[in-house]
Design a protein around this ligand. Structure first.
Ligand code: PLP
Length: 451
């Protein structure tokens, strides 16, 4: 390929990067990733980078799996494309739907395919509203979500998400989306115990339902663990209370498992880890380990039975794309054959947890949180007060992220929280390397900010 500087110049001239200030990036030049194997990326300068984020929380089985490439090539030769609109179907879509119904908890026996998580959530908005309309209650169209949630970047996904900065771009949310506060005890819990705080935040759902009117509310949506919001783990008791309130008012529960699905929390789904009983589940990312774009809504018998009585005028050209379905199926086969869930639960997650919590001895680290292989830590100038850095929230996190990047570890920051979510196949030696580089990044960041 072309020399790095030339690639960077072309990139800066023509490529608009998602969630990026392109002007700033253009000055520095984006790092050009050229190949990847296991948990490591390689860049155009030959540097090896440990990918502590599994791409965007998605490359669960790790990079460079040949059998996935072979399955994709075979499927492209046999049937590169066909759709499942109207009166047709095909084997990869059938087989994957059956497999997902088998793996998913409860009676999520029906699959509506999408291209990723955002448009699966768009499907969910239309699906729950159609569900209530079909049941003769079309005025039940309000969906309650949480501030600081992330549900995607489409108009629907951004609207469901609780990122105020995103709402500001594009005059969002769309009508009929309401928000309650997030269960972030560390930042917002004050003097309450985590459990008291979690319960209080869950009970905001009941207050919101009463404010809106129970006969107007269609659904509540939440991530089992808020990922892009900073790996916010709700206190014990929070989800049980949310579940109780949804049942009391007959509100559909949409659980967005785009990050927590497919082994991330040490079970197939976060709903199993947290004992949730969703009516609809959003999946994407780890479904194909990111090798091809695919997402889906997994739908309960109760919802699917109502929709079966009407024509749901919704679908994407690539809903149930045969190559994507074949790749996802192979990905799930590999996860089972290689015992990846067991590896997370019995080996990688306990080991990472031990090492991650040790980072709490760092002078700049407040809380450390981890569930399965998703972890976060809060940066603070005052551990006892659980205080954020006073000025420019996010700057310290950004400094640590950049030090991490310079030390060949991909780690993410969300404000003053650092986040990791490595490939699920990560070994103990690789975890040691990850922790060593994270600590180095924290040390170097601390040197910069301690004055
Ligand atoms: N939902 C959650 C919980 C996510 O974390 C994401 C992406 O990070 C999405 C939805 C959007 O998925 P996609 O980027 O595949 O559209």
């Amino acid at each position: 390929h072309l020399p790095t500087a030339e690639l960077q110049a072309i990139d800066a001239a023509h490529h608009m990067h998602p969630f990026t200030n392109d002007g700033e990036l253009g000055q520095k030049g984006a790092r050009v990733i050229t190949s990847a194997k296991g948990v490591f990326l390689k860049d155009s300068e030959g540097e090896e980078i440990l990918d502590g984020m599994a791409g965007l929380w998605c490359v669960n089985i790790g990079y460079g799996n040949d059998s996935i490439a072979e399955v994709a090539a075979r499927q492209m030769r046999e049937l590169p494309y066909y759709n499942t609109f109207f009166q047709t179907t095909h084997v990869p879509a059938i087989a994957l739907a059956q497999k997902l119904a088998q793996l998913a908890p409860g009676d999520l026996n029906h699959v509506f395919y999408a291209n990723g998580g955002s448009d699966a959530n768009d499907t969910n908005i239309r699906m729950v509203r159609t569900y209530w309309a079909e049941k003769g209650q079309p005025e039940r169209d309000v969906i309650i979500s949480r501030w600081n949630a992330y549900h995607g970047s489409t108009i629907g996904g951004t609207s469901l998400g609780g990122m105020k900065g995103m709402h500001g771009q594009g005059s969002l949310p769309i009508p009929g989306i309401e928000f309650i506060e997030q269960p972030n005890w560390y930042a917002e819990g004050g003097d309450m115990t985590p459990e008291e705080f979690g319960l209080a935040r869950a009970q905001e759902l009941e207050a919101k339902i009463n404010e809106v009117g129970a006969d107007k509310v269609a659904a509540f949506i939440g991530e089992p663990i808020q990922g892009a919001g900073g790996v916010i783990v709700a206190p014990d008791g929070y989800w049980a209370e949310i579940q109780r309130i949804c049942q009391k008012y007959d509100i559909l529960l949409i659980v967005d498992e785009v990050i927590t699905g497919f082994g991330r929390t040490g079970n197939w789904f976060g709903s199993q880890t947290l004992d949730l009983k969703p009516d609809i589940m959003t999946v994407a990312k780890g479904l194909s380990s990111g090798y091809v774009p695919i997402g889906a809504s997994l739908v309960s018998d109760k919802v699917a039975e109502v929709l079966a009585g009407t024509e749901f005028n919704h679908g994407y050209t690539y809903s149930g794309h045969p190559v994507a379905c074949a790749v996802a199926l192979e990905n799930l086969r590999i996860m089972e054959e290689e015992g990846i869930i067991e590896h997370v639960r019995d080996v990688a997650a306990p080991y990472l947890a031990e090492k991650w919590h040790e980072l709490a001895d760092h002078p700049m680290v407040g809380e450390t949180k981890i569930v399965g292989l998703m972890a976060s830590l809060a940066l603070t100038p005052d551990k006892d007060a659980r205080a954020p850095f006073a000025s420019d929230a996010g700057t310290v996190g950004l400094i640590v992220r950049e030090r991490s990047f310079a030390n060949n570890l991909i780690m993410r920051h969300v404000g003053d929280r650092m986040v990791i979510s490595p490939p699920l196949v990560i070994t103990k030696d690789e975890i040691d390397l990850l922790i060593a580089r994270a600590r180095k990044a924290l040390d170097e960041g601390y040197e910069i900010v301690k004055e």
